[in-house]
Write a protein that binds this ligand. Structure first.
Ligand code: SAM
Length: 306
């Protein structure tokens, strides 16, 4: 998906939409998907497209270096990507690893429908609808992968161990799992940067109200070991605004917009606009005045012989 870092300024602000997901019946209560449950309104879907595009743009190069160094997709029969959303990231993986078949699965058909295979990638990527941990994997995928990847998925799941356990059962001995997550505990700015603090506050409030666990990064090794995986790599990478530049601002502004649309009664349009104008005001100077973090957690584990 083509993405223009500057386009966040031009996006219209929607309000009074997408607020109903909190009260809707989201199916089986033990596997609900936090702030990503039941997303189907077009403005919110567009905001997610935009946010996911910036996220990929900001992080993907270092992630690919880490994944390659850890053997991702190497000698794999196939790769299962759980939680593909609109396919932006999976399409990137497919281009990076053209010799490997990547099977995307996504719980929400409204998000998966936004993926256009003709526009996005070659022949080695597809997205099927499946809620892993609650539903069986499609027959054409089951048994055809030896690696799997979950990026920013487990934080949304009401029972992450259940999803990871289903993957443990689905992988052969020697199979690998790669997980990329975040953890709000490591978000920090020095000195106090009002735009960043405002965005982080929005993030914390909406995720807590919606049932997404934004502090999952530090829990990953325990969750994986608890279902039987052997964790052999775990890294915390602190990205920062001085390194990343204006994409860092665009990222937090896009996150604030998604979260406003997710819960407009908790984050008003006025609050969103305040954060966005504060980011705009700090654009020229932020790299000289502040150091602010974005923490990424990367884990690799395998299924050992019993
Ligand atoms: C934040 S998006 C991440 C999308 C993509 N992995 C990326 O990094 O850009 C998380 C996605 O995971 C999906 N998801 C969460 N739990 C799932 C499950 N158990 N099975 C399939 N999809 C799931 C959600 O519906 C959502 O689209």
């Amino acid at each position: 998906m083509e993405f223009d870092v500057d386009s966040w300024r031009e996006l219209p602000v929607y309000s009074g939409v997408a607020s109903d997901y909190l009260t809707e019946d989201s199916g089986n209560p033990w596997l609900s998907l936090g702030v990503m449950d039941s997303i189907r309104d077009e403005p919110l879907l567009q905001a997610w497209d935009h946010y996911l595009g910036i996220q990929t743009e900001m992080l993907v190069d270092q992630e690919m270096t880490w994944l390659r160094a850890r053997g991702f997709a190497q000698n794999a029969r196939g790769v299962l990507e759980v939680g593909s959303a609109n396919g932006d990231y999976g399409a990137h993986l497919a281009r990076e690893f053209p010799d490997v078949r990547i099977y995307g699965v996504e719980a929400n058909p409204c998000l998966a429908d936004r993926y256009d295979p003709l526009a996005e990638t070659g022949q080695n990527y597809s997205i099927d609808i499946c809620k892993v941990g609650e539903q069986e994997l499609p027959k054409e995928i089951s048994g055809n992968f030896t690696h799997c990847i979950l990026r920013y998925v487990l934080q949304h799941v009401s029972d992450p161990a259940r999803v990871v356990s289903a993957l443990y059962d689905a992988l052969p001995v020697g199979g690998r799992i790669f997980i990329i997550e975040e953890d709000e505990t490591y978000l920090r700015a020095q000195p106090n940067w009002p735009a960043y603090e405002g965005a982080v506050d929005i993030w914390r409030r909406v995720l807590a109200a919606g049932g997404t666990d934004n502090a999952i990064g530090g829990k990953l090794p325990g969750i994986l070991a608890g279902v039987g995986f052997d964790v052999d790599a775990f890294e915390i990478k602190l990205r920062n605004n001085v390194e990343v530049g204006d994409t860092f601002l665009a990222y937090f502004a896009a996150a604030s917009r998604v979260l406003h649309l997710t819960n407009p009664s908790l984050v008003t349009e006025r609050e969103l606009q305040k954060v966005i104008s504060e980011f705009e005001a700090s654009e020229a100077e932020h790299r000289k005045r502040y150091v602010a973090t974005y923490p990424q957690f990367l884990l690799s584990a395998y299924k050992a012989a019993p």
